[in-house]
Design a protein around this ligand. Structure first.
Ligand code: URA
Length: 204
């Protein structure tokens, strides 16, 4: 295993017993994250849902199927990306994350981002986008462009669950945002690796 894979595994083992917030009492298990430690693209969702809580893997339900489809459309395999969430534990009845839960959990996400150091971060929905961009602006107004982010690129888009509820218009806009991800990856071909991002203060 690579050094990054080892360190992610160690962090995941630590998170598995986490009691930093009240969700420890209601979860089936911690859903730490999944995918390639060498990923160029990292997705950040909101929080595990029912199926994720049961299986311990992010985005395995209907929203995950749509995510897989959109990835396939830009020629990226799920195994080549990394997928994590703002919260590592399912909120009861899939309610919204609470500020104190985000505060308690965000250190795990910061460390995942620092270790994986992806070229492109894709935030799915309001919670991930507001946390990483540090802007209290909704996803409808934020999406549709690439943001510079700690020497990397950040592409905000809707949460796939919003497209499942909201239909073709939202799905079309997600396709536009995934095309932005593709174009950032294509521009990087043949480039020197970027300097390592200083990401430690990313949520300060
Ligand atoms: N929704 C999320 O935000 N994350 C998951 O892992 C599953 C559904």
């Amino acid at each position: 295993m690579s050094d990054v894979a080892d360190r992610l595994a160690a962090l995941g083992a630590e998170a598995a017993g986490c009691t930093r917030c009240g969700l420890a009492a209601t979860r089936t298990q911690v859903v730490f994250g999944a995918g390639s430690p060498e990923a160029d693209v990292m997705f950040v969702g909101e929080a595990p849902g029912f199926h994720e809580d049961q299986q311990g893997v992010p985005f395995v339900g209907a929203a995950g199927k749509l995510l897989d489809q959109l990835l396939g459309e830009i020629g990226v395999a799920r195994d080549d990306v990394y997928i994590g969430n703002v919260l590592k534990c399912r909120p009861p009845s899939n309610r919204d994350p609470k500020p104190d839960e985000i505060e308690a959990c965000k250190g795990y996400l910061a460390e995942q981002l620092r270790l994986i150091d992806p070229a492109v971060v894709v935030t799915l929905g309001n919670f991930a986008t507001k946390l990483l961009l540090k802007r209290d602006v909704g996803i409808t107004r934020t999406r549709g462009q690439v943001y510079p982010w700690w020497g990397r690129h950040l592409v905000p888009t809707f949460h796939p669950a919003a497209a499942l509820r909201g239909g073709d218009r939202i799905l079309g806009q997600m396709r536009e945002d995934f095309a932005l991800v593709r174009s950032v990856l294509d521009r990087r071909v043949g480039q020197e690796a970027d300097p390592v991002a200083e990401q430690l203060g990313m949520f300060e």
